[in-house]
Design a protein around this ligand. Structure first.
Ligand SMILES: Cc1ncc(COP(=O)(O)O)c(C=O)c1O
Length: 344
């Protein structure tokens, strides 16, 4: 049994390095519920500027960022259009219904990609019996679809449709940084069509905690009230914000390396006979692996775990591997060597 497992379960497993710990230990802090934490204030203004929006609010998680957006853009009984594999639908504990009283209208897009036409056909009419469509959410990159990127032109077309129908438009941009790194198109351009965007610091950027919801002054003012009501008002949160600022400054450029590692992993795995995987489908740091020899994902994962490679199930025969800054290119080679007897 190898001593150090190579952990490809998620890009959320990274730990702060020494430089980040120094940034945390040197953070100037205050009570952020009074608006007095200078490091949180700096993080919020920095991210708002990066996305070219008026304001941002620091929240504990991507889930809270998304759910505050759902709350401020809807009323109970409304309907939210999103992709059928969206994080908001599958992995946020039913919060859209529980916290905002809305129903989700799931629309399947090929490889998680929606289009203006697909969304147009899901917008409800104005009869008494129709739910009121009030919000469209996209996810970019798209986690369950395998880190896919929705093209900017497609997003603009959806944004134009949303505006023409008076619908709010929110982006789950937990991995927007990866879309920017993979395409060379700046975050502000990706953010432009949306009313609100949630971005995570604790995925590929490698901060321990934290996300931001970004948008207009008036939306973020309302978001702050909802954050407090949900218990997300944090006091000396500058300790966390300092980690986020450090990550933004020093870790964004490393995302392209994560994408190279994912491609290498995909290339290696695709040559193994128990696996179905098209390496060309890997656009960012997520690799979806289909097991085609009759074994379940759970069985294969147990074998991989005992060989020192950790991944997660994403369906009965589907496994997800995610690259991140705490696995090196050498680790990827080792992971492939360890996986070979199990998958080939
Ligand atoms: C696409 C996407 N959105 C939102 C989230 C939620 O982030 P958090 O775990 O910080 O709540 C995740 C988490 O992995 C995610 O992958």
């Amino acid at each position: 049994m190898p001593t150090t497992p190579i952990d490809l379960r998620s890009d959320t497993v990274t730990k702060p390095d020494a430089a980040m710990m120094t940034a945390i230990s040197q953070a100037e802090v205050g009570d952020d519920v009074f608006g007095e934490d200078p490091t949180v204030n700096l993080l919020e203004s920095t991210v708002a500027a990066l996305l070219d929006k008026e304001a941002a609010v620091f929240v504990p998680s991507g889930t809270m960022g998304n759910q505050i957006a759902v709350r401020i853009h809807t009323k109970p009984g409304d309907e939210v259009i999103l992709e059928a594999d969206a994080h908001i639908l599958h992995y946020e504990g039913g919060a859209a219904a529980g916290l905002s009283g809305v129903q989700l209208h799931a629309v399947s897009g090929p490889r998680g990609i929606l289009s203006a036409d697909l969304i147009a056909s899901a917008i409800r009419g104005h009869n008494d019996w129709d739910p009121r469509t009030s919000l469209v959410c996209l996810e970019n990159t798209h986690n369950r679809a395998g880190g896919t990127i929705t093209a900017l032109a497609t997003i603009h077309a959806i944004g134009d449709l949303a505006r023409s129908k008076n619908l709010a438009f929110h982006l789950d941009g937990a991995r927007l940084w990866n879309a920017a790194a993979a395409t060379g198109i700046e975050e502000r351009k990706w953010a432009a069509p949306f009313d609100t965007i949630s971005v995570c610091l604790s995925k590929g950027l490698g901060a321990p905690v934290g996300s931001l919801l970004v948008g207009s002054q008036s939306d973020i003012l309302r978001a702050r009230r909802v954050r407090k009501a949900l218990g997300g008002g944090m006091r000396q949160a500058g300790l966390l914000a300092a980690a986020g600022l450090h990550a933004l400054q020093h870790h964004r450029s490393g995302l392209v390396v994560d994408h190279i590692k994912a491609k290498r992993l995909a290339n290696g795995l695709s040559a193994m006979k128990c696996v179905s995987l098209d390496p060309a489908s890997v656009e960012t740091n997520i690799v979806m692996i289909d097991i085609v020899d009759g074994r379940s994902a759970a069985d294969v994962l147990l074998q991989l775990e005992s060989a020192g490679v950790r991944m997660v199930p994403f369906g009965p025969t589907r496994i997800r591997a995610t690259t991140h800054r705490d696995v090196s290119e050498e680790d990827i080679e080792t992971a492939l060597e360890r996986a070979e007897p199990i998958l080939n």
